[in-house]
Ligand binder design. Structure first.
Ligand code: HEM
Length: 420
């Protein structure tokens, strides 16, 4: 038999080899089994190349990050998938939106389940992004060289809140209408430009068709696009800032060579010509991203997905009566994450709605530029950071107390309702 005939299988052989040929056309080689293959997998795979070739062991400790950044990301992904599916049914019109919600409940297969998943993931994302910020603060991870990534994070938190807020209006029920009416009137308390800002947001002086359309466009297009872009830059910065924060360790010095704090190399060159693989050099405290980081990420992925599935099976997203502009509920409440603001507004409209939140956001933005000490980074509740952590936790606790009061202890006309 000639070579040409050997190389060109025909008939049955083509069918037999079809699965492996398809597989090999997608994945060029077998699963990596050597260090070089593990390196090049992270480096050459489109989806994995966001990872460094190696990560520090400390990065993979669940007790350090609690997986909160990744959970925020995965909740956002669930929101994108369920949100796109919901878009097939939703119409941003004051005459149709509510009926579409009823359709989701009654006639669309798995419609209610889809809506539940979207709603609970949105609440979850607001809470988890906030907790992720707390983790970053309490471990001092915002310090040099991560100052700018912290600032990006603060913007991410604000965009997440705004994304959730714009979605709140879409069901066009009493809860939605009055929550947005209260929420946007808080924006109106800003001096000089408050009323203009409120008008730009609503496209009118009251919440109506124009507001619904604006909120819809912001919710399904503008804000998700902004969030995707910011998340991409956030992740890119994590790489450029040298991976996640960790405690300063003696392992980063090489006493035997006299080289102090060698520049760590992140990338394929870390494997090919990095100093860490040479015998007798610095103890290597890093592991390959494939499979270590990937497996941790997959594990963290399963967590929010399972919780959201179970919660969505057990609890239905609220849907109240259709909008009735003549009958505001008493009290009309903003979404829960703005109830702390609403509670403060009940004492002073300007300070509660604009002054204090403005100062808080300003403080968060400048924190890494005024808190310059390098000690206590990479450790929860480091004693060197006692003052900063105490101030931060006091403000967080106050915010939570205000939210709890606004949620559970305010009755008609915002009078205090005693729990006893
Ligand atoms: C959509 C929102 C966000 C997503 C998807 C996200 C995602 C992530 C991920 C996956 C990580 C690495 C793993 C981890 O630390 O858990 C991370 C790290 C980080 N994030 Fe976020 N994040 C978000 C919001 C924020 C916020 C609100 C802040 C602070 C205000 C922030 C500041 C940081 C910083 C400074 C790091 C580096 C931490 C370190 O080096 O230890 N992020 N983020």
């Amino acid at each position: 038999m000639s070579n040409a005939t050997k190389e060109t299988p025909g008939g049955f052989a083509v069918l037999r080899e079809l699965p492996s040929n398809v597989w090999n056309s997608i994945f060029r080689g077998p699963l990596p089994s050597t260090d070089l293959e593990r390196s090049s997998t992270s480096f050459t795979n489109f989806f994995l190349h966001i990872h460094p070739v190696k990560v520090n062991r400390h990065t993979l400790r669940p007790a350090y990050t609690l997986g909160l950044g990744l959970i925020s990301l995965f909740l956002f992904l669930i929101l994108v998938v369920t949100g796109v599916l919901l878009m097939f049914y939703y119409v941003p019109s004051t005459t149709q939106a509510y009926d579409r919600m009823l359709d989701l409940r009654g006639t669309v297969a798995f419609g209610i389940f889809l809506r539940n998943m979207h709603r609970w993931s949105a609440h979850g994302m607001v809470a988890i992004v906030f907790l992720h910020m707390c983790r970053v603060f309490l471990t001092g991870a915002y310090k040099k060289p991560r100052e700018f990534n912290w600032v990006l994070g603060v913007v991410l938190l604000l965009v997440t809140l705004f994304l959730s807020f714009t979605g709140y209006l879409l069901p066009w029920d009493q809860l939605a209408f009055w929550a947005i009416t209260v929420g946007t009137s808080i924006a109106g308390y800003a001096p000089l430009i408050g009323k203009q800002m409120q008008f730009v947001l609503l496209g009118d002086t009251t919440v109506g068709q124009e507001a619904l359309l604006r909120f819809y466009v912001l919710h399904v297009a503008v804000l998700p696009a902004v969030l995707v872009l910011l998340i991409a830059v956030h992740f890119w910065r994590i790489r450029k800032d040298g991976g996640l924060s960790r405690p300063e360790k003696a392992a980063e010095t090489a006493p035997q060579t006299g080289v102090v704090k060698m520049r760590k190399v992140y990338g394929l060159q870390g494997f090919v010509r990095g100093p860490f693989t040479k015998v007798g050099n610095v103890p290597d405290d890093s592991v390959y991203s494939w499979p270590n980081l990937l497996m941790s990420e997959l594990f963290v992925f399963v967590l929010p997905v399972s919780v959201i599935l179970v919660v969505s099976l057990a609890f239905n997203a609220p849907l109240e009566q259709p909008v009735n502009v003549m009958h505001p509920p008493n009290p009309a409440k903003a979404p829960w994450y703005f109830l702390g603001l609403q509670e403060m507004v009940s004492y002073s409209a300007f300070w509660g709605g604009i002054g204090i939140p403005g100062i808080m956001v300003g403080l968060l933005l400048v924190t890494p530029y005024i808190d310059r000490g390098a000690k206590g980074v990479g450790k929860w509740f480091a004693k060197e950071r006692l003052l900063a952590n105490t101030i931060f936790l006091t403000l967080v606790t106050l915010n939570i107390i205000f939210i709890v009061i606004g949620t559970f202890f305010r009755g008609p006309n915002w009078t205090f309702v005693s729990p006893f």
